[in-house]
Design a protein around this ligand. Structure first.
Ligand SMILES: NC(=O)c1ccc[n+]([C@@H]2O[C@H](COP(=O)([O-])OP(=O)(O)OC[C@H]3O[C@@H](n4cnc5c(N)ncnc54)[C@H](O)[C@@H]3O)[C@@H](O)[C@H]2O)c1
Length: 343
């Protein structure tokens, strides 16, 4: 890379240290500004990562600070306004999942990113895990044949105290949903990435165990555009949280991924076909949202700098980032009206 890239982080809460530390771990990234509407948080965060400039107003940070790339780490329902403002100021973006919680806001982000010709990575860091990259490659090459069944089991544990720890958690207005829109969305994104786009969905969703507005448990039966069927189960209310499981079955064979490891990789009539050996990073986001390796965020930071440098698309542009949100919104709609919803 020919130059250094300056990053600014908006929102200094739970996920922000993953951004700061992964930026600092890159060769070309520098953290030059941070912002939080709670001043002490911005001050503390700036001190911890030795950043000179801190702000309490993201517009001021974007207008005044010397930054090339803005990391949006605020509550989900605020990502749109911040991302659009930053894109209009010609800043590149790394936006936490979900990129937004409504179709209108996602449309606005995509329009602003494209009109201003800036780059954006949507933070679905699980896509960078070696087991999933190899699985995606094999599925696309037809190793397992045409997909007939593709399932995601996304069972996590979040206590009532977790939901009470920040006012926006578990609200329609700022979280945009619960077990699926916040935690399960990573797995929904992976299922779509591996098995393709969805045609229609029939779902149930509700708060079974927690005192929250949004769902803590959801089940959905999906039909993919390629004709495959599938099931998505998402919850934040099972103790203990379980490893994420993806089960993809094609006409020729199956692949099963449990958290970050390949459990099954079989092709009928071809005993030579072996699962690729991959490096495994042990995560436990099933029980704690911060328990995952920072390496995957770092891959997305390196990627956006390289995308700017070489004027290419990022690994997860906003058009990709929105797909899981569109599906989850359809799941909520189906659960509400009690009917199948087409996407
Ligand atoms: N990639 C992942 O695995 C992962 C994990 C956790 C959270 N997240 C996502 O990160 C985002 C933040 O989640 P969190 O758990 O860190 O939340 P948090 O509540 O811990 O932190 C959010 C911070 O943003 C600040 N803030 C709110 N509005 C602001 C504004 N307009 N300008 C500046 N600061 C503002 C708050 O004061 C708070 O400090 C969410 O979208 C969440 O879905 C992603």
């Amino acid at each position: 890379m020919t130059r250094k890239y300056k990053f600014g982080i908006v929102g200094c809460g739970v996920i922000a240290p993953h951004h700061a530390e992964s930026i600092l771990a890159t060769n070309n990234g520098e953290l030059t500004a941070v912002c939080d509407i709670i001043e002490e948080r911005a001050v503390e965060f700036a001190k911890k990562y030795k950043v000179e400039q801190y702000y309490t107003d993201y517009k001021k940070m974007i207008d005044e600070a010397d930054v090339d790339i803005v990391c949006v780490c605020t509550p989900s329902g605020t990502h749109g306004e911040i991302s659009v403002y930053a894109a209009n100021a010609k800043k590149h973006l790394v936006v936490e999942k979900p990129i937004e919680i409504t179709k209108e806001k996602m449309d606005e982000i995509i329009e602003a990113v494209n009109r201003n010709q800036v780059k954006m990575n949507s933070v679905f860091q699980i896509r960078t895990q070696p087991a999933l990259i190899e699985t995606k490659k094999a599925i696309d090459q037809g190793t397992f044949g045409d997909i007939i069944l593709a399932d995601a089991y996304l069972k996590t544990y979040r206590s009532q105290a977790y939901y009470d720890s920040a006012g926006w958690r578990g609200t329609w207005e700022l979280d945009g949903g619960g077990a699926l829109m916040n935690q399960g969305i990573h797995g929904v994104d992976i299922l779509l990435w591996l098995a393709g786009d969805v045609e229609s969905v029939f779902a149930r969703a509700g708060a079974q165990a927690r005192d929250i507005e949004v769902e803590d448990t959801a089940v959905a039966m999906v039909k993919f555009k390629n004709g495959a069927f599938g099931v998505i189960e998402g919850t934040t209310s099972v103790y203990p949280g379980q490893p994420k499981i993806f089960e993809i079955h094609g006409k020729k064979g199956s692949v099963v991924i449990k958290e970050e490891a390949i459990e099954v990789w079989k092709v009928e009539g071809n005993e030579e076909e072996k699962a690729p050996e991959v490096k495994i990073q042990r995560d436990d986001t099933a029980n704690d949202p911060t328990k995952f390796s920072k390496v995957s965020h770092q891959v997305l930071m390196e990627d956006i700098m390289d995308a700017i440098e070489n004027d290419r698309s990022t690994l997860i542009p906003p058009e990709e980032g929105r797909k899981s949100v569109d599906l989850i919104l359809a799941i909520y709609e189906s659960a509400k009206i009690g009917k199948e919803v087409r996407l």
